[in-house]
Design a protein around this ligand. Structure first.
Ligand code: S3P
Length: 436
């Protein structure tokens, strides 16, 4: 039986991207950085452990409240053992950037999912800055790297739209003499730029011929900050889609970060007919934030503009679920990057949605989904379960699909959800009144 409506008010945990950066920049600053609203998911805890292993003092003082005593830019110490990055690509790639301009050697390891993901995209620019690498075949983890002191400033045009690659280079630039420049033909999330400025780095962003040119001055001095982390729009996404799909829903999600480089899903859902209202728009920690009131609406299929992809790159799995319930066909293109996330999210979602009775065609760079027009999905057949492939967002997307399915959805493991959203199930129970 499909679930009951989502009602009331909920608050999702802190933004994952901002939480990682708070710990890293706090550890590179001079003085005590205090963070509230930090996401305490496994990915962020992997970053905390790595910064501790390199000399920072990081303490949890209460729910989401953390204190970081930094070592200053250039002050990181040689870690004594391998840095275990778990499932976290952001921890790995950004920390590779941090290490690249320190005179230390570090080994990065990760789980089976992370060990398949391409690191060549950061190895290449960081090598140009002088770091050296011994990676596993295909440029993957485990890998060992040697930072370079002094590193060499570069000007680098991103060949893939990736905030992780951009951030790795900017972080490496902090301890590099001179100006390090990253050129972004397609804008990606800009939390690193906002936060680096907040910590006192000299960072300039200019638009030249439609490209974003970001320059950071090296030998930077970062000053400790008080940071309030806004709610994660990528976590809110599951509840936005769930409340849109389940009849009778009227849910307020408080304190959702609405940085324009992250808000693509809301725009696309509105184009499909969603009813999402922004209440009390304000600023939290230098980021735009609002409470979102989401009411059930019948969606219709659209061609999703590929130019919006970077601003909703982590939201496609749950958008695919929304499309599966829409009236008509939704067509997505330009999503090659989804194939190198925690799983191949195009293939994983095609298989998952087919298993629960949706009509899906897999293309090289996206999915075409023929929606049910609001009719519930059938759900997983008995004895079969969705393969989540160590990917939290596949597991949560299919939990949303379960709410609009006749027989429910079984997944092989819900454990990966702890990487980004430890209280996901508890919140879903709260919102559905225990009916999820
Ligand atoms: C992130 C950037 C994105 C995103 C990831 C977090 C970040 O990755 O998918 O979840 O915090 O910089 P890419 O840079 O690979 O697009």
């Amino acid at each position: 039986m499909p679930a009951g409506p989502l009602k009331g008010r909920i608050r999702v945990p802190g933004d994952k991207s901002i939480s990682h950066r708070s710990l890293m920049l706090g550890a590179l600053a001079v003085g005590e950085t205090r963070v509230t609203g930090l996401l305490e998911g496994e990915d962020v805890l992997a970053t905390a452990a790595a910064m501790r292993a390199m000399g920072a003092t990081i303490e949890r003082e209460g729910d989401g409240s953390w204190s970081i005593h930094g070592v200053g830019v250039g002050g990181l110490l040689q870690p004594r053992s391998a840095l275990d990055m778990g499932n976290s690509g952001t921890s790995t790639r950004l920390l590779m950037g941090v290490v690249a301009s320190h005179g230390i050697t570090a080994t990065f390891t990760g789980d089976a999912s992370l060990s398949k993901r391409p690191m060549g995209r950061v190895i290449e620019p960081l090598s140009r800055m002088g770091a050296s690498f011994e990676a596993s075949p295909g440029g993957t983890l485990p890998l060992m790297m040697r930072g370079c002191l002094p590193a060499v400033p570069i000007e680098y045009r991103l060949p893939v739209a990736s905030a992780q690659v951009k951030s790795a280079i900017l972080l490496a630039g902090l301890n590099t003499p001179g100006i390090t420049t990253v050129i972004e033909p397609v804008p990606t999330r800009d939390h690193s730029e906002r936060m680096l400025r907040g910590f006192g780095a000299e960072l300039e962003v200019e638009e030249i011929d439609g490209e974003r040119v970001i320059r950071v001055r090296g030998d930077a001095e970062l000053h400790a900050q008080d940071i309030v982390v806004p709610g994660d729009p990528s976590s809110a996404a599951f509840f936005i889609v769930a409340a849109t799909l389940v009849k009778g829903s009227d849910l307020v999600i408080e304190n959702v970060g609405l940085n324009p480089t992250r808000a693509g899903l809301i725009e696309v859902l509105r184009q499909m007919g969603a009813n999402i209202e922004e209440l009390d728009r304000r600023e939290v920690g230098g980021e735009p934030v609002a409470d979102l009131r989401v009411r059930h609406a019948q969606l219709h299929g659209i061609d999703v503009d590929p130019a919006l992809a970077p601003s909703m790159i982590d939201e496609f799995p749950v958008l695919f679920v929304a499309a599966a319930l829409a009236k008509g066909t939704t067509h997505t293109t330009g999503l090659e990057e989804l194939r190198v996330k925690e799983s191949d999210r195009i293939a994983a979602m095609a298989a998952a949605l087919e298993l629960v009775g949706a009509r899906v065609e897999e293309n090289g760079d996206g999915l075409t989904i023929h929606g049910t027009g609001g009719e519930p999905l059938s759900g997983t057949p008995e004895t079969l379960a969705v393969e989540t492939q160590l990917d939290h967002r596949i597991a949560m997307s299919m939990a949303v699909a379960a709410l609009v399915s006749r027989k429910g959805v079984a997944v092989d493991s819900a454990e990966p959800i702890a990487t980004s959203f430890p209280n996901f199930h508890a919140l879903l129970e709260t919102a559905t009144g225990g009916d999820a």
